[in-house]
Design a protein around this ligand. Sequence first.
Ligand code: PMV
Length: 307
Amino acid sequence: MNAHPNIALIKYWGKRDEALFLPTKSSISVALTSFTTTTTIAPADSYNDTLIINNTTADGEEKQKVTRFLDLFRKRYAITDHVVVTSHNSFPTAAGLASSASGFAALTKALNNFYNLGLSSKELSTLARMGSGSACRSIHDGFVLWHKGTCSADSYAEQLFTDDHWPELRVLVAVIDSNKKAISSRTAMQQTVATSPNYNAWVKRSQTRIPAMIDAIKRKDFHAVGTLAEIDCLEMHHCIQTTTPHINYWQQGTKKVMKQVKALRDRGIPCYFTIDAGPNVKILTLEKQIDEIARKGFFCYTLALAR
Ligand code: PMV
């Protein structure tokens, strides 16, 4: 089964319930349809699960996260078998994109299919959330809203608009560094919630930012979407950077590319940036600008077309 990674236009950062993966706020994303994770399930012939990613058997932290998720799944659906999970990412690791969202979404769909569970997309989304928060949004294509919800059963993502609503909206990734991040988003989120003096105000602002973003996407107002996405990302990173001890995901290249995006925009080229928990910069733009942006280039950094 397939799933695409997603990029949040209004970010999720921080949980109100660690065990249930319940977020402090709702978030909105768009699917990165040029990249796909494909996952299949087969019965295991031992009492262990096996995880194969891009033809290599995974172990360590990656394997642990998947085993934890499979244990939870088995408990919920009273299943005892162990499985072989084979997953393939169509996007190179060097694209610097996290595969956990598309990975857990594809795994959830594959389990549903393998065990013939007939789960609804709402159930699939709440389940994928327990693998990695942002995975609940990757159950869908297009523009997606993750409702923070009131409890585990209603904290799920739903599609707001299909991809066809706005095919001209494009996303390029400027790859600054494709290495694994030094501090996991899980740890950094906990630290931000616990210590950033700016966090509560950012969460509160999402009450107006979420409806504003939905309206901007509905109207296909690129400048409104870009402006909201950029400020929400900057404020999330400001919260992260003001935790104790201090965390910073940006590198020199991140700042150079952010500056360049702003400079291009000042020269009339429609583009905005957004950045997740890492140094790579996602550039939001429109189809007709892709060639010009690619021609201008972003220093020595590779640009990957993600949507
Ligand atoms: O789903 P996680 O635990 O990898 O967290 C994702 C957090 C961000 O990518 C920074 C923001 C988001 O909403 O996707």
